[in-house]
Write a protein that binds this ligand. Structure first.
Ligand code: AMP
Length: 359
């Protein structure tokens, strides 16, 4: 195993969005430098780092030059092309590993992987063409959700379907991309578990928040959730089994549906820090961002215990214009420094704390 990255060393981060920005801020507190690589000249993370590379993710020369300045490399978005990781891996260690990323990039591989661990998911079936529709529906029932296997996020590349004809129509709108059909889960609510695994296999999970989405975008995360202590332990155990199976290093999030009978179903795995873990900045001794940097740098994991109850609300699109009221409001305000407000764009978040209601 490679030696830990000592203070003064550099963590390379692929991607320059708000997650990269908050990772860079957490690294700075530990005396670590960060070098951000993004293909966008006005990436929000660039504003908080000294060293940046603006280049395409397939620019082999720029990737090699970037890697040479780093001691370890990570990423803040999951659609990093496999070839990009391949180039970087020739130079420096990358955490989490390429196998995890490849699995998480494909909804079908991801569901198969989760099911292979004996964990529960919605019923699912592969759809390569409209010919597969009838057999898939027999598996999942209706209604169901058709999702493109790759490159979907925040509800993009998804359609609710009730018949083989609906599937054929939706496939056309997805330009015949390979898909997965999932049975529609009439869940009680959504939750997630954000957890970290260190290079030495150590594991630390945060309390699972309850998550409320609107228009497929996370609006709010609340801890404590409605999960019972037993369900919280089960959720953390799900994350541990997934992390161990991947020999994962870093922070990962597992999104869960909580069925009406209390069963926890895995919706998806995010191999990175996650929006539903932002409250850990204020409500825990060590945030998800610091935890990820610690893991990637080969440091011991920090204490994930929550000292307060917390509600994190995203500021989406125009909501960020109200920053003066929000700043007066008493919550912890985070603005991501995005140059342009767009509908549906995550512009910032606010976390509000209350005294802890549970032991
Ligand atoms: P995803 O991109 O797969 O995380 O889906 C985004 C959101 O769509 C989820 O957070 C759920 O609110 C909803 N959703 C996705 N899959 C299902 C499903 N199989 N049943 C019910 N709702 C779903």
């Amino acid at each position: 195993m490679t030696a830990p990255v000592a203070p003064g060393g550099t963590i390379g981060i692929l991607g320059g969005g708000q997650l990269g920005r908050m990772l860079a801020l957490a690294a700075a507190r530990l005396g670590l430098k960060t070098h951000i690589f993004s293909d966008e000249a006005d990436a929000p993370a660039f504003q908080v780092v000294e060293t940046k590379t603006i280049a395409r993710y397939d620019d082999a020369k720029a990737l090699a030059a970037f890697a040479k300045t780093c001691d370890a490399i990570t990423f803040e978005f999951e659609n990093v092309p496999a070839a990009t990781l391949g180039i970087l891996a020739e130079h420096k260690p990358i955490f989490p590993n390429a196998r995890t990323l490849a699995t998480a990039q494909d909804r079908l591989d991801e569901k198969r992987f989760v099911a292979s661990l004996g964990l529960k998911t919605a019923p699912f079936a592969a759809i390569d063409s409209a010919r597969d529709a009838e057999a898939a529906i027999a598996n999942t029932g209706t209604p169901a959700i058709l999702k493109t296997r790759r490159l979907g996020y925040d509800g993009k590349g998804q359609a609710k379907v009730s018949s083989a004809a609906d599937i054929a129509n939706a496939l056309r709108s997805f330009k015949d991309a390979p898909c997965i059909l999932e049975g529609f889960v009439d869940f009680a609510y959504e939750a997630s578990v954000v957890a970290a695994r260190g290079r030495d296999g150590s594991f630390a999970a945060y309390d699972p928040p309850e998550n409320y989405h609107a228009d497929h975008i996370l609006r709010r995360s609340t801890v404590p959730s409605r999960l019972t202590p037993r369900q919280c332990d089960d959720a953390k155990d799900i994350a541990r089994r997934i992390a161990d199976a991947f020999d994962y290093v870093g922070v990962l999030a597992v999104e869960l549906f909580v069925a009406k009978d209390g069963t926890l179903l895995v919706n998806e795995i995010a191999p990175r820090v996650h929006n539903s873990g932002h409250w850990t900045i204020e409500a825990c001794l060590v945030s998800q961002f610091e935890q990820h940097i610690r893991a990637v740098a080969g440091w011991p994991l920090g204490e994930p215990t929550r000292h307060s109850d917390a509600v994190m609300e995203n500021l989406i699109g125009e909501e960020a214009r109200d920053w003066q009221t929000l700043a007066r409001d008493g919550g912890a305000l985070h603005l991501y420094g995005k140059s342009e407000i767009r509908a549906g764009r995550k512009m910032g978040h606010v976390t509000r704390l209350k005294a802890k209601t549970e032991p």
